[in-house]
Write a protein that binds this ligand. Structure first.
Ligand code: DUC
Ligand code: ZN
Ligand code: ZN
Length: 484
């Protein structure tokens, strides 16, 4: 008689390609059987009772305990950040080991492992942030780190302490092509932002809402187009992160029409927040700081374009870009003082726990996307793009037993989001007061029940580091460009 550590009975299983009713048997952290009427004994059984079961979420873009340069501090470390993720149905996170200028990538990786070890409660991999693209970095360090399982990196076209110029972007893309890695690009035009910021500050327009005026859509559209052109030149795939609105969507649509392998990510803030959330009057100037992130939330009229991009296949992934800073205290949003101008307020909002419930409720249950697309955007595609598939991001025999059992609420029974019910360490959520029709009832991470019926149940350090595979073969691309 087969013996399992865990059996989940009566699951309504949804993957990218399938939906069916079955039991799931788990042994040694992996799914070892899927069958109707699964025979055998288990140390523990859970009855899903016909409820929807999806793969645990893979959050391909979040920031925990990342060093900063302005005296601010991320509210979440690897314990509180991964706890929050687990309670929101996410079982794998990919935060960033960020290189400091003048330092090696390896130092960033070593430092980030120290920050994660003994704290993470779910599995994690690291993206790199390349902020100093020297010859040594692109030709020696990156290839060596790709070999060791750090196969994706983010580069910035803005932020003074991290941005690369076009030549440096090309050097990084060429390294990604040669060694089969994935480059994520933060696309905003730095000089435009600097000039606009100066004009706004000179005119005394300093409140948080002018953050949006300093980074209008044209700034993102231009940089998105440029990133696409540079990737085309080098003949390598890229992923444009946190796409915020219609004009950047149009650039990606145009690139896809040319057959270019341009992937795109969006985030809940561009579906549920708008420029109005940065403050519509100056009565409580700091209130809008809670929604300062970059790119900024756009006009409400932009939101349907992002939803359409999710439904149509334009977007490959939905990530949280969780980057939490406290509203209260000296090292969060107020790090530069009570009346600091918008350009001195840390960029970023919390969202690792609300990503899946928001998308399940307002995407799937509201009929904007189907459950298969939900799984693809939130788990399967991030796993594929970053070299974790099929270990992560699906429900299949041999895959890690990372699963979510969903509670779906009827009319009038919605769950209202309150910061007090979340498990991050941030002192607010930008989604306070929103009513949702679904929430994870149970999260299983590598066979361990880490969240059940309102209780978090995992030990710090129980999550494991995941080396990533190369998402594609080295030197893949047009053979005519082999000389690159
Ligand atoms: N923008 C980023 O690029 N990273 C973190 C948060 C943000 O708003
Ligand atoms: Zn970014
Ligand atoms: Zn980010």
């Amino acid at each position: 008689m087969s013996k399992y550590d865990l059996i989940i009975r009566n699951a309504d299983i949804a993957t990218v390609g399938d939906r069916y009713r079955a039991d799931i048997g788990v042994r040694d952290g992996r799914i070892s059987a899927i069958a109707q009427g699964l025979e055998g004994q288990a140390v523990r059984e859970l009855d899903a009772g016909g409820r929807l079961v999806t793969p645990g979420g893979v959050d391909g873009h979040c920031h925990f305990d990342q060093p900063t340069s302005d005296g601010s501090r991320f509210a979440d470390d690897f314990f509180t950040g991964t706890r929050s993720a687990a309670c929101g149905g996410t079982t794998t996170v990919l935060p960033f080991a960020a290189q400091q200028r003048g330092h090696s990538l390896q130092e960033a990786v070593d430092d980030y492992h120290r920050r994660a070890e003994g704290k993470a409660v779910i599995d994690y991999a690291f993206h790199l942030i390349v902020s100093d693209a020297t010859r040594d970095v692109t030709q020696r360090e990156l290839p060596a780190l790709i070999e060791k399982g750090y196969t994706s990196f983010k580069i910035y076209m803005t932020y003074d302490d991290m941005k690369l110029d076009d030549r440096q972007v090309i050097e990084v893309l060429a390294a990604a092509r040669k060694h089969g890695a994935m480059t994520m690009i933060h696309a905003e035009n730095s000089d435009c932002i600097a000039w606009l910021t100066e004009q706004l500050l000179d005119a005394g327009l300093t409140a948080p809402r002018y953050h949006a005026s300093s980074r209008p859509m044209a700034v993102e559209r231009e940089a998105t187009h440029r990133a696409i052109a540079l990737a085309e030149l080098v003949d390598t795939p890229i992923l444009i992160v946190h796409v915020s609105g219609r004009e950047a969507v149009e650039q990606i649509h145009w690139a896809r029409g040319r057959g270019l392998p341009i992937h795109a990510e969006t985030c809940p803030q561009y579906l549920f927040l708008s420029a109005e959330d940065l403050g519509i009057d100056d009565a409580d100037p700091m209130h809008g700081a809670r929604c300062i992130c970059s790119p900024p939330p756009r006009d409400k009229a932009n939101q349907p374009f992002i939803w359409n991009g999710l439904a149509s296949g334009l977007f490959s992934i939905v990530s949280s870009d969780h980057a939490p800073f406290n509203m209260n205290g000296p090292d969060g949003k107020r790090v530069a003082g009570e009346n600091a101008s918008f350009d001195r307020i840390p960029n970023g909002i919390p969202g690792v726990e609300t990503r899946l419930p928001l998308l399940m409720s307002e995407g799937v249950l509201a009929g904007r996307i189907d459950v298969h697309r939900f799984v693809e955007l939130t788990a399967t595609n991030p796993s594929r793009l970053y070299g974790l598939y099929p270990r992560k991001g699906t429900i299949a025999v041999g895959s890690d037993a990372d699963l979510v059992i969903w509670d779906v609420f009827g009319e009038g029974e919605e769950r209202t989001i309150e910061n007090a019910m979340l498990h991050h360490a941030a002192d607010y959520t930008p989604y306070e007061g929103m009513k949702l029709r679904a929430w994870p009832a149970v999260t299983v991470s590598r066979g361990r029940v880490v969240w059940k019926d309102g209780e978090f149940q995992a030990e710090p350090g129980s999550g494991a580091f995941l080396p990533c595979l190369r998402p594609r073969a080295p030197n893949a691309g047009n053979p005519l460009q082999k000389w690159i």
